[in-house]
Design a protein around this ligand. Sequence first.
Ligand code: RTP
Ligand code: MG
Length: 140
Amino acid sequence: MATERTFSIIKPDATRRNLTGKINAKFEEAGLRIVAQKRIRLSRAQAEGFYAVHKSRPFFNDLCSFMTSGPVVVQVLEGENAIARNREIMGATNPANAAPGTIRKEFAESIEANSVHGSDAPETAREEIAYFFSGIEIVG
Ligand code: RTP
Ligand code: MG
């Protein structure tokens, strides 16, 4: 498997509790390199655009409100098999089902306020990276 890039968000529940460093340590310990990173405040339109795939789901409005409730840290992570590796480290969407040692098991507050986002496939990773970063902001 060649080196791969994935897109990550440290969500508002985690920035509010000052967990950015602890979450980044988990990525780095797992061999993922943070090749781009910025702290931003999502606008409603940016959140709705990012989660457009979920727009008919019952949780869509609450999710967009949550994602705009505080700063987020958007990131590009690089490494062997980075997309799957990152999803392993994040753990299940619902922290009640997340495996021990995962970010969501250790830090998530609820199924919605679950501390991190990670791309689920190569095509979504490419799209999500391009949604937030230009080429010169990514330094491998
Ligand atoms: P993500 O996209 O954030 O990496 O998480 P995921 O693949 O594990 O979860 P997904 O099904 O794509 O859902 C996106 C985000 O929506 C919130 N959610 N809330 N209230 C609910 O039932 C519910 N279900 C999902 C979570 O913040 C989830 O990460
Ligand atoms: Mg998802």
